[in-house]
Ligand binder design. Structure first.
Ligand code: TXA
Ligand code: MG
Length: 316
């Protein structure tokens, strides 16, 4: 009985979300990486309202979310390597930059007037059910104000964004954003590090040459990004008075305000899952700043360190 009730509630929420999206409104929905704010990718005005509410410059393009590869094929040209990566990692935390076909109805505003658009199929039941009810893709950036931390649970949603219709899907299972990738003749280029690690790609495609784009950074790879309100200090070996501590592994570090440990066992999957939520809890504590213990720079640790570097970036 309880199960049926839950299923019906679910249907009602999804129907409401669908109605709103058809009307050009926004919906916040869960994915396996982080929550997204979605709008009809074909509707210029709806897309415009995403940029406005997030205070995001329109020069920073949005990712389009699809329910299946057939819908992507209708809108985009996929090369052999795109298919290889898609087959290996979709649904999942892979965003592929693909060339839009001439007949695609996806608004130019989604991608800053470029014909290359980020696309992904999320691995989340609610997101997939919602997408399969629509006859358009969902353009969806992370559900946060621009330059702030992404959110992995509705409780961490910014108060200004709470007025948007949101679907609570519990905690995001991965916790870090998708990896943004463009394929090349001999492999691929990582435009943004993410939940899909370079090691995972290498394990499947050992002949790929994998580059990490550092010079022409992905438009969203701003130096200052993913940051809490409080100042943040990384790779610390001591904690200042009144600093909160985001710890990792077993050590002697201690805060007089609040400590949270991403993973006592030094498990980077667990650390990724906890990352944004713990950062948010510490940010809301009575601390003067957040000190972060060193995190190994491999696998998901590389992505966490990328986020921390941007979060701690100071405009001189
Ligand atoms: O996991 C995710 O990717 C989440 C969930 C909601 O899917 N979305 C997300 O979107 O993180 P957003 O907008 O916060 O970040 C998208 C990143 C930005 O760094 C953006 O610059 C890059 O992807 N991106 C999007 N379209 C691009 C394009 N056409 N060319 C290069 N980079 C692009
Ligand atoms: Mg974002």
């Amino acid at each position: 009985m309880k199960q049926i009730l839950k299923k019906n509630m679910h249907q009602l929420t999804l129907d409401e979300a669908k109605k709103r999206l058809f009307n050009g409104q926004l919906v916040i929905f869960p994915t396996e990486t982080v929550y997204g704010i979605g709008a009809n990718a074909n509707d210029k005005d709806a897309i415009k309202s995403i940029y406005e509410i997030k205070k995001r410059p329109t020069s920073n393009p949005l990712i389009c979310h699809f329910a299946n590869i057939e819908d992507i094929e209708r809108n985009f040209i996929l090369k052999d390597k795109d298919y290889e990566l898609a087959k290996a990692f979709w649904p999942g935390p892979l965003t592929l930059i693909l060339e839009k076909k001439k007949n695609s109805k996806i608004s130019l505003l989604t991608s800053n007037n470029q014909k290359f658009v980020g696309c992904r199929i999320p691995n989340n039941e609610i997101a997939l059910s919602l997408l399969s009810k629509l006859d358009f893709p969902l353009a969806a950036p992370s559900a946060n104000i621009s330059t702030r931390t992404s959110i992995t649970s509705i409780t961490d949603l910014d108060s200004n964004l709470k007025k948007i219709f949101h679907i609570d899907g519990g905690s995001s299972v991965l916790g870090l954003e998708s990896t943004v990738i463009q394929t090349t003749n001999n492999g691929c280029k990582i435009l943004r590090l993410g939940s899909l690690t370079i090691e995972e790609i290498k394990n499947k495609f050992f002949n790929y040459i994998i580059e990490i784009e550092k010079s022409k950074i992905s438009p969203g790879n701003q130096l200052k990004h993913y940051s809490p309100n409080k100042p943040i200090r990384i790779n610390v070996n001591y904690i200042k008075k009144n600093e909160a501590l985001l710890n990792f592994g077993k050590n002697q570090l201690i805060s007089n305000i609040k400590d949270m440990n991403l993973s006592v066992e030094e498990n980077l999957i667990e650390a990724s899952y906890n990352f944004y939520n713990y950062l948010n809890i510490l940010d809301n504590s009575e601390c003067s700043g957040i000190a972060v213990a060193p995190i190994p720079n491999s696998g998901l640790g590389e992505t966490i360190n990328d986020r921390l570097k941007r979060a701690s970036y100071k405009n001189e």
